[in-house]
Design a protein around this ligand. Structure first.
Ligand code: UDP
Ligand code: MG
Length: 309
């Protein structure tokens, strides 16, 4: 087996109850498999609890642990992105801090990378333990919709838990967008990609950092950055309404005028077309909002401090 330098990238936001256990488990897996050439990078995404203090202690004891601290909370995707840009391994593995993605899978991912000579090994969740019906249902639905709309094929039921090699890391660094939907971007980059199947565990401790509002925003980035189909849908609805209105005009002229009078039917039509128009404006607005975010050209995140780099 070839010798690799491995970077483990762990974004954390308020993960005080679990972060030490995560470190111990990840380190244990790397030690047990003889991966001595390595770095574990924690990206502290502006945590307000004891996470920064714990990371500082770990980094003081173990020089193989590096910490990137953001100046405030910039979000999960920004944290992962900074990890990818700052790592030095020829292989990097992105893993959540809450142990929902088992670190024990890392050696299997590396093996798959070596044997099948692939550049990306992505984790596919066959089941998700302990997550509510609503989260599971919306996630399943969302990945299927996005995949059917997107111009690139995006694997289903796949998060950011994955291995990427140096080729992909270097290409990733060239991606200019500020709002990143990383799981999609890595598919977009291409090269050889292979799945590995696993069961998603319960969060080891603490609460999810993706409340409904954030889930919707994240899904929006996926949709508005990976497909223009909603715009085509808006145009399609416009055409359909025009055709429908021609039919109605014909109906009015051909039928008995008395039967077609009445405010109820008028109201229904006004509400219906008002709805279509607002939806269309909303779709347009979402794309314009994304353009606005991007043209401002602000950085994706601000790093306050780096330790052990
Ligand atoms: N996370 C982050 N910044 C945020 C939100 C989340 O770095 O603003 C990290 C979090 O600490 C965890 C990972 O992103 O390591 C995934 O978050 P979480 O487990 O809460 O999401 P879920 O698994 O519930 O979808
Ligand atoms: Mg989680």
């Amino acid at each position: 087996m070839p010798e690799h330098k491995i970077s483990i990238l762990i974004p954390c936001y308020n993960e005080e109850p679990v972060i030490r256990e995560t470190y111990v488990r990840v380190k244990g897996v790397l030690d047990a498999n003889g991966y001595n050439s390595r770095e574990i990078i924690f990206i502290d995404d502006g945590s307000k609890d004891g996470t920064p203090g714990i990371l500082e202690q770990i980094a003081a004891q173990d020089k193989g642990v590096k910490v990137i601290s953001f100046s405030r909370n910039f979000g999960h995707q920004a944290a992962v992105s900074s990890g990818i840009k700052n790592c030095s391994g020829d292989i990097a593995v992105i893993i959540d801090a809450d142990l929902q993605d088992p670190p024990e899978l890392i050696p299997e991912m590396i093996k798959k990378h070596d044997e099948e000579k692939c550049n990306v090994v992505y984790g596919v969740r066959t089941s998700r333990k302990g997550e509510g019906f609503f989260k599971k249902f919306t996630a399943k639905f969302f990945y299927r919709i996005l995949n059917s709309l997107s111009e690139v094929r995006l694997p289903l039921d796949t998060g950011d838990f994955r291995l990427i090699d140096r080729k992909v890391i270097e290409e990733f660094k060239n991606l200019r967008e500020k709002n990143k939907y990383i799981r999609g971007l890595i598919s977009w980059v291409g090269f050889k990609q292979a799945p590995i199947y696993y069961q998603r565990d319960l969060r080891a401790a603490g609460r999810t950092k993706y409340p409904f509002r954030r889930m919707v925003k994240f899904a929006g980035t996926g949709i508005f950055y990976f497909t223009k189909k909603p715009l085509q849908l808006a145009m399609g609805m416009g055409f359909a309404s025009i055709i429908l209105s021609f039919c109605l005009v014909a109906y009015v002229f051909l039928s008995d005028f008395r039967r077609t009078s009445g405010w109820a039917s008028t109201l229904v039509i006004i509400i219906f077309f008002g709805g279509i128009q607002l939806l269309t404006v909303g779709i347009l607005g979402s794309y314009i909002g994304s353009i606005f975010d991007e043209v401002k050209g602000r950085p994706e995140y601000i790093i306050e401090k780096k330790v052990n780099f």
